[in-house]
Design a protein around this ligand. Structure first.
Ligand code: BG6
Length: 513
């Protein structure tokens, strides 16, 4: 029996997790995300008995195909991408409830056909069904889909009741502050905020959820979690993958939009926000917004600049040569798209005044790792050495978000022996060791939460706008600079010199996680 099941002091934090009878409609049914993440997530929820009674899935796409073909594609996606194998008896229950509707995204008549099909399902099962629309298309058709959900009446089904229509919006949510505001305007002209679920899949990761538990279920951290004890914080989201075949998207995006504005800022907000008054969605999101509001505008010019950006050049990854960004397919000859970005942030509130927060994210870095490292101030002097020249190591608490999920703490310990000599040691906790390794994927949790109507792990409209407000001046500055000021780093390294300089200015260095 795993440890946690034996433990007499287990406390369940979760509420009752029953979803009402639901039809999930995926716009962008033939897309990559649908096959890799959404269908496997729904299958795994079925396997765990977490789908509501009378659950149906409708794929919606431009391609005209019969239900059976969509069912075959779905089964193939589960075989290829699910974390657990396709079990015939589970699929036999789900397959007949997996349907398909074809139509354009700006074609109202097709949305009316969709509405008629849903009404037909309701009639057949003899009860009202919640509709959850998952917008997983390219962003150019987000607005027409939302408008047609409004015009066809699909958006206003059972409004004001727990099983009111809901909509999940995939990323990218805008490309700057103006476009994010405009998208919010379109969405809120059709849906109430309580119906809207803006995805950031990092919030669905187990370890990201555990951040809140670590911070607020353990009394030892809170007294230290401030400028009196914390020296600085480093958040790293490093990927080994390059841009691959995604240059068409990535050239318009870059690391700041793709990773920093959303995922990395969310990690920052959860790490640094004040304790919420309760665990409900609004309390947590209020605290995140307050934290984002306290971040000071960044300096963009000159030696004191708080930002760095770079592109990877050819290098070695895992001993194998890989090309540079400029040699990847579909990258413009004069591309100034950054594949790495780093920021130095100051949070101007009582808790964090004067504590630098460093954020970095890049593709083709030395190792895939996402980590939040809280570096505490050193013990004063060094009782254990003849001279203060030999500094004790600073204590560091690191949350390893992925892979090899866990937490570690660097402490100073006595090296066994007759002399008193110290050495930094690492205290380690690994989720896989304690809990086993088959944890749910982010999308399983997020789809279930949206079906239940729990927005805690989704981004509120004001939150996304505040985050865009912070990064938009940087984007504009880089656009003007073009390639001037764009640094380089070898694929397989930990990033460019300019990122190291951001820390060096304060006497800090990046950890090698
Ligand atoms: C996506 C980005 O949001 O996150 C990708 O668009 C990136 O570029 C991906 O690779 C990383 O997600 P994960 O869950 O693999 O860390």
């Amino acid at each position: 029996m795993p440890d946690h099941e034996r433990h007499p002091f287990l406390h369940g934090l979760s509420k009752h997790r029953g979803a009402p009878p639901t039809v999930v409609v995926i716009f962008g049914a033939s897309g990559d995300l649908t096959a890799r993440k959404l269908i496997p997530a729904i299958y795994n929820l079925a396997l765990d008995g977490l789908l509501p009674a009378d659950f149906h899935l409708i794929g919606y796409g431009r391609k005209a195909i019969p239900d059976e073909e969509f069912q075959r594609d779905a089964a193939a996606a589960i075989r290829e991408f699910s974390r657990r194998e396709l079990k015939d008896e589970i699929w036999a229950g789900l397959a007949p409830r997996t349907l398909y509707v074809s139509g354009g995204y700006d074609e109202l008549a097709a949305f009316e056909r969709l509405a008629a099909r849903i009404a037909g399902l309701e009639k057949r099962v003899g009860q009202e069904l919640q509709t959850l629309f998952y917008v997983s298309t390219p962003p150019s058709v987000f607005a027409p889909i939302i408008r047609n959900l409004g015009a066809s009446g699909l958006a206003s089904r059972y409004v004001g009741q727990p099983h009111q229509s809901k909509v999940i919006i995939e990323k990218p949510f805008g490309k700057d502050l103006a476009s994010a505001r405009e998208l919010n305007r379109v969405i809120t002209s059709v849906f109430a905020e309580s119906q809207v679920f803006r995805i950031d899949h990092y919030l669905g990761k187990e370890t990201v959820q555990d951040l809140l538990v670590q911070r607020f279920a353990n009394a030892i951290f809170e007294p230290l979690w401030n400028r009196n004890f914390v020296d600085h914080v480093q958040i790293t989201v490093a990927e080994e993958v390059g841009v691959g075949t995604r240059a068409g998207y990535y050239e318009q995006s870059g690391a700041l939009r793709d990773m920093i504005q959303n995922h990395t800022m969310q990690l920052l907000a959860l790490t640094a926000m004040e304790p919420p008054v309760s665990l409900d969605a609004e309390s947590i999101r209020d605290e995140k917004v307050k934290l984002l509001q306290a971040i000071q505008p960044l300096r963009l010019d000159g030696a004191a600049s708080d930002v760095a950006r770079a592109q990877y050049t050819a290098g070695l990854l895992g001993g194998k040569p890989v090309p540079g960004y400029m040699q990847e397919p579909d990258v413009a000859a004069d591309s100034s798209t950054e594949t790495f970005a780093a920021l130095r942030l100051q949070i101007n509130n009582w808790r964090w005044h004067g504590v630098p927060f460093y954020l970095r994210s890049g593709k083709r870095m030395a190792r895939r790792v996402t980590e939040i490292a809280v570096r505490f101030k050193r013990a004063p002097g060094n009782l254990f050495a003849d001279s203060d020249r030999f500094q004790l190591a600073a204590n560091t608490l690191a949350f390893q978000i992925q892979p090899d999920e866990g937490m570690s703490m660097i402490l100073n310990a006595k090296i066994p022996g007759l002399e008193t000599r110290t050495q930094p040691v690492k205290m380690n906790f690994r989720y896989a060791t304690t809990f086993g390794s088959n944890t749910p994927e982010a999308y399983e949790r997020l789809v279930l939460d949206a079906m239940i109507g729990d927005g805690t792990l989704f981004i509120r409209g004001d939150e996304t706008e505040r985050s865009w407000q912070l990064v938009t001046p940087i984007l504009e500055h880089w656009k003007q600079e073009k390639r001037a000021g764009l640094d380089a780093y070898s694929a397989g390294s930990w990033g460019p010199k300019s990122a190291a300089d951001l820390l060096a200015a304060h006497g800090h260095v990046w950890r090698e996680p």
